[in-house]
Design a protein around this ligand. Sequence first.
Ligand SMILES: CC(C)(COP(=O)(O)OP(=O)(O)OC[C@H]1O[C@@H](n2cnc3c(N)ncnc32)[C@H](O)[C@@H]1OP(=O)(O)O)[C@@H](O)C(=O)NCCC(=O)NCCS
Length: 154
Amino acid sequence: MRAIHKASFTRPWSLEVFQAELAKPTHSGFALKIEPVQAPEHKLIAFILFQLIGEEGEILTLATRPDQQRKGYGRTLLAQSLAALQKAHVSRVHLEVASSNLAARNLYENCGFLKTGTRKGYYPLGDGQKDDAILMTKALGGKADGISLLTSGS
Ligand SMILES: CC(C)(COP(=O)(O)OP(=O)(O)OC[C@H]1O[C@@H](n2cnc3c(N)ncnc32)[C@H](O)[C@@H]1OP(=O)(O)O)[C@@H](O)C(=O)NCCC(=O)NCCS
């Protein structure tokens, strides 16, 4: 997961951050693997992590290995997560995405997320520039009562 995160983000999560996030009881996720004959160490191709607090869900991170993008894996993981959150009676799912990240914004919009706000200059880009964070939400229509936590697939 760290290798994919590093290839995907300018500020990737460290090992400590992954460990801390995965240890939280509110957090869960899914991962997709393939079984390559040539390079068995490169099995993981995409993953998503999300959290569930009360009747609110939040997509924390989603990434597909660069050489496996545009094959439907991101959409599959997002759909699987939304289905799991809906099953857990979550009524709204939130996320934030960099304004310049058109691939992710397209994906989220195509999956029914609506823009709810903007955080100006939220993401440092490393060259003194900053990017806005776009806040998005999707209503799932669930109702929270007695949430049972999901089992991590990653
Ligand atoms: C965003 C990301 C997860 C999409 O993963 P993916 O597996 O390539 O996505 P999919 O193949 O399922 O694509 C689903 C839809 O997303 C949109 N999309 C994906 N890549 C796109 C691109 N390069 N340009 C424009 N739209 C794109 C399209 O609407 C696409 O549907 P379509 O192929 O029918 O047109 C992937 O580009 C990625 O890992 N990016 C780096 C990490 C990142 O930005 N994560 C999101 C942080 S909020």
